[in-house]
Design a protein. Structure first.
Length: 258
């Protein structure tokens, strides 16, 4: 273990940063040495080996370290990486928190004052940084607007479908009302026919009585008078049967007419 620690220190001191990364990873994996100091040296090795994402991830895990010096310098180096990515406002915040962790960190103070003065002299750079954030926010807003439009269109199509369904129900209701009205008219017509039929039968009864009186006046034999009356009764029966063939009540919907 002591030999592995010495090898890792020598690799970093000789600027063999790729080997330094490997040696520090061996310390952490094989010997389970993951102290803040070893992790910080690994972050420096990543940073100098141009493994920026790994370096930022390592420094980010160390900014909450109980060792204020490790936490302060982790903020400071994270700020350097942010400034290299032209994220100047975020870098300035990182240098500020580095000083909060350790006010005696002169490297962080120098970086903070240098970046703050440079931003004052180059306000367009700060504006470009903000515009870049605004563009990202605008893209997110546009994507959200597109999603909202799709949702609204889907809701409109759904509402249209509901409207069609409601229209079909309205048509069915109108059709039922029309059928009920026609059925009522048919019923009224049938009642009128029955009333007319009864009226006709009443008139025929009166005519029959009048005919009987005339037959008596004609001095016909009883047999002749009976034949004439039977003929009239037969004709009357055919008249009744013919008029009653028409339905007097409309069949209920859904049931066979027979």
């Amino acid at each position: 273990m002591n030999k592995a620690i010495k090898t890792a220190k020598e690799s970093y001191a000789s600027a063999a940063y790729e080997k330094s990364v490997a040696d520090h990873l061996i310390l952490m994996s094989d010997f389970e040495i993951d102290s803040p100091e070893v992790q910080f040296n690994l972050g420096l090795s990543y940073m100098n080996n141009d493994q920026r994402e790994e370096a930022q991830r390592t420094f980010t895990t160390l900014i909450s370290s109980a060792n204020k010096y490790i936490a302060s310098f982790s903020f400071n180096h994270n700020g350097i990486l942010l400034a290299q990515d032209q994220q100047y406002e975020e870098a300035l915040e990182a240098f500020k928190f580095s000083l909060i962790k350790d006010p005696s960190n002169e490297a962080a103070r120098y970086n903070y004052e240098l970046l703050a003065r440079w931003l004052e002299e180059n306000p367009d750079q700060n504006q470009q940084d903000q515009e870049g954030e605004n563009d990202e926010n605008q893209d997110d807003q546009e994507n959200q607007d597109q999603e909202d439009q799709k949702q609204d269109k889907s809701d409109e199509n759904k509402k249209d479908g509901e409207g069609d369904e409601q229209t079909n129900e309205d048509e069915a209701s109108k059709s039922e009302q029309k059928e009920d009205k026609e059925g009522q008219q048919s019923k009224e017509e049938s009642e009128n026919k029955e009333s007319n039929l009864e009226s006709d039968l009443s008139d025929r009864e009166k005519a029959k009585e009048q005919l009987k009186e005339r037959l008596k006046e004609m001095n016909l034999t009883p047999e002749q008078a009976a034949q004439i009356l039977e003929a009239m009764n037969a004709a009357e029966l055919r008249y009744i049967q013919q008029n009653r063939k028409n339905p007097t009540k409309r069949p209920e919907r859904g049931l066979p007419e027979w």
